[in-house]
Design a protein around this ligand. Sequence first.
Ligand code: NAG
Ligand code: NAG
Ligand code: NAG
Ligand code: NAG
Length: 451
Amino acid sequence: MASSSFTMFLSLLSLLFPFISSSTSTTTLPLSLFNTNPSQDLYSKLTHLASFSLSRANYIKKSQDSSVSTTPLYPHSYGGYSITLGFGTPPQKIPFIIDTGNNFVWFPCTKKYLCTNCSQSIPTFIPKSSSTARVLGCLNPKCGWIHNKTSTKSRCQDCSGPNCKQICPPYTILYGSGSTGGLALVETLDMSNKKIPNFLVGCSMFSSQQPAGNAGLGRGLASLPSQLGVKRFSYCLVSHKFDDAGKSSNLVLDFKGEKTANLSYTVLQKNPVVAGKNALSVYYYVGLRKITVGGQKVKIPYKYLKPDFNGNGGSIVDSGTTFTYMNRYVFEPVFNAFVKQVKGIPRTESIEKITGLRPCFNISRQEKLSLPELKFHFKGGAEMALPLANYFSIAGETDVICLTMITDSGAFGPELSTGPSIILGNFQMQNFLVEFDVRNEKFGFRQQVCK
Ligand SMILES: *[C@@H]1O[C@H](CO)[C@@H](O)[C@H](O)[C@H]1NC(C)=O
Ligand SMILES: *[C@@H]1O[C@H](CO)[C@@H](O)[C@H](O)[C@H]1NC(C)=O
Ligand SMILES: *[C@@H]1O[C@H](CO)[C@@H](O)[C@H](O)[C@H]1NC(C)=O
Ligand SMILES: *[C@@H]1O[C@H](CO)[C@@H](O)[C@H](O)[C@H]1NC(C)=O
């Protein structure tokens, strides 16, 4: 088949070159698991993933406006996904965490880059070594993309007249406990088959707790797909069991928008427009309408499945969240359905207390394990039936398995009442090809083995 040999060709190319590649209509970038802490055992890792997923949910749900957007990067340090992009002339290759919950692209920048509480040294971009790097001027409309101010007057206060030389004010992004800040540049993005001049990118001079730069894939003018004019993009998330194995799949940027075979689609929902909550405009909202456990519909109050006038409620897809977050009114019925349907396997509440995950079951006496199927049903009829490994994980060296979805009514403090009710995380989408068709406003997926 022509298309499969083409895919093969692309993946061979991507082995030969650090990043790549392609025809006129698509660009394919290798997508790797990003793990800064490979020595952790699976048990403490689960615990970390759970609390970091919740910390991300916390900040996504608060959706405060800082100069760009507010979403924590934490979960990335333990199994996020990264790509490599080349910036500058000649190109300098820099790894970026992909993040659909964010719309800004930034890299660690200059020799003086200061990162506190960062577990490893990461390559930084050196503007002086690039002949095409320019500091963004405050009159440039792109400065308005990151400063929430449409009028140049408000962001160029020291300016008079069209010869204004003032630079775009520095940005700061708060990500939960972490942060980053610096100056915006326009620089050439080198995509092997084409060069994109004047790409808006953040040159971060200081960060805290950031494992790498960040490539925002969210909605909004400054994101990677928007700046490239991509019609849609897709990725396949390799299993977290390869966290330490350096396995990768691809992020595919599609400029033309040809049909992908066998995808189930649901329409992307309109983003809530709420004053002071611009961050909500970045997320990909989907119409999750029903959850079934073991074929039985879980009773979830409908009001949580759609955003209200305050932007509370609804479901988003987020590449930067590991374990799916559900607010307690959604989670509790799902939890109860599992507890009710899993018969003859003892629960292990001691492990639940430690990991923050529940329910957990002790499977040491089980010869054959059979657990209820979990299925997400989307508006328009698309169904996502999850393989078992996408919603149960073994807790460390024990004989215990835990449901890998989280809520905020348990171990980690008070309820987060605002923002999306459901944040679909990357753990639930392992070995799924997911596609964000931004031109046709659709979200598509199909189960497959991600190489
Ligand atoms: C670094 O991490 C420690 C422990 O997690 C924390 O107490 C401290 O505030 C952090 N420092 C910064 C600058 O983020
Ligand atoms: C962003 O712009 C809106 C509309 O101009 C304004 O109401 C809001 O206060 C601004 N937010 C920030 C953080 O500057
Ligand atoms: C699409 O589905 C059909 C029928 O299940 C299968 O034969 C075909 O190989 C699939 N194509 C791709 C690209 O997965
Ligand atoms: C699981 O059950 C077995 C057998 O009943 C027991 O020996 C083991 O300690 C239990 N594991 C945990 C983590 O509770």
